[in-house]
Design a protein around this ligand. Structure first.
Ligand code: ATP
Ligand code: MG
Length: 304
């Protein structure tokens, strides 16, 4: 079977224990948890039994070893993860607010995961690729921008491109060209995952119908709108399929979108009908929020 590739950060996440806990004063935190949006995505894809790889880097430290061990145990191909000596593994601190919003402090651009270069692309077996998934939040420096540009030149002609803009205000600030690239990618992608806010960001309209029309005019085949606890809807030019929100206790919402997309693209690569891709992704997303830790809720096909 062809494989899925994603490029981006592997990091550990350290989570504030209390809602509305401030980053401005000392408090208690839980972690390290294996994390990184593309890492969660690929972990879930591997658990759905498709060949899945991530191009990334970790430091020669225990945080890096924690992530590598975890990904390998879940079946991710770790051949494209290099260990760099002069940088530490990436770290993200996250705190939750009572209005449901989150704040992150990322240590990524200057960490190991920011040290992947276009030379690392030479080691990739491009001919194996069936899906290249682009995680917008992984384009966090000009170098990551160049890396994604170059990867797009190397993927096989028939490789499916899926896009999750995964807009994080903290990252948009440090990567000024990101807006441009993500919008440009709409013309290349076959599958788009987005929240309603991201649809507006991408298309400039908050009218869902109008936004979808713009998406399809750019050549997208399916647009999946994620709605957190309310489930998700899939749109093609001809039809709409809804997956209702599953009744689960939300313990930690971080990583749900990445888990959802990983499950969906694994199914899509396997050739499952769209209904099945959506339903299973919806279940995987619900599983993700039920566990504390961003990657702890990824789920094996047999557990679904
Ligand atoms: P993130 O960027 O934090 O990974 P997201 O904002 O991209 O997440 P969400 O809409 O929060 O994505 O979640 C993705 C999918 O996961 C939803 O469409 C739904 O299928 C599932 N999901 C998320 N939260 C819940 C919940 N509370 N109950 C049931 N399912 C959920
Ligand atoms: Mg998201």
């Amino acid at each position: 079977m062809k494989s899925i590739l994603v490029i981006g950060e592997i990091l550990v996440e350290i989570m504030a224990d209390q809602t509305d806990q401030s980053f401005l004063e000392a408090g208690s935190y839980t972690g390290p948890f294996a994390s990184g949006a593309p890492a969660i995505f690929i972990d879930q894809a591997a658990k759905f039994q498709v060949p899945a790889a991530i191009l990334s880097a970790v430091g020669d430290d225990d945080f890096g070893r924690l992530c590598l061990t975890r990904l390998a145990a879940d079946g991710v191909n770790t051949n494209y993860i290099k260990t760099v000596q002069n940088r530490a593994t990436g770290v993200a601190f996250v705190r939750y607010n009572s209005d449901g919003s989150r704040n992150f402090i990322y240590h990524i651009g200057n960490a190991a995961c920011g040290q992947v270069t276009t030379e690392d692309l030479d080691g990739v077996k491009w001919e194996d690729l069936g899906v290249f998934h682009i995680m917008g939040s992984s384009i966090f420096t000009p170098e990551m921008f160049t890396l994604h540009r170059e990867a797009l030149n190397r993927i096989p002609r028939d490789c499916i491109i899926s896009l999750d803009p995964n807009v994080r205000p903290e990252i948009l600030k440090t990567s000024p060209d990101l807006n441009k690239l993500i919008k440009e990618l709409l013309n290349k992608a076959e599958i788009l995952f987005a929240t309603e806010e991201e649809m507006t960001f991408l298309t400039g309209t908050d009218d869902v119908e109008a936004a979808l029309t713009i998406c399809f005019s750019k050549g997208l085949k399916a647009v999946i709108v994620k709605r957190g606890g309310k489930g998700a809807s899939l749109f093609t030019e001809e039809r709409r399929i809804d997956a209702p929100g599953l009744d689960v206790v939300e313990i930690d919402p971080t990583g749900a979108g990445d888990t959802f997309a990983g499950a969906f693209m694994a199914g899509y690569l396997k050739g499952w009908p769209l209904e099945e891709c959506l339903t299973r992704a919806n279940t995987a997303g619900a599983s993700a929020v039920g566990k504390r830790g961003p990657m702890e809720g990824t789920i094996r096909l047999e557990e679904l």
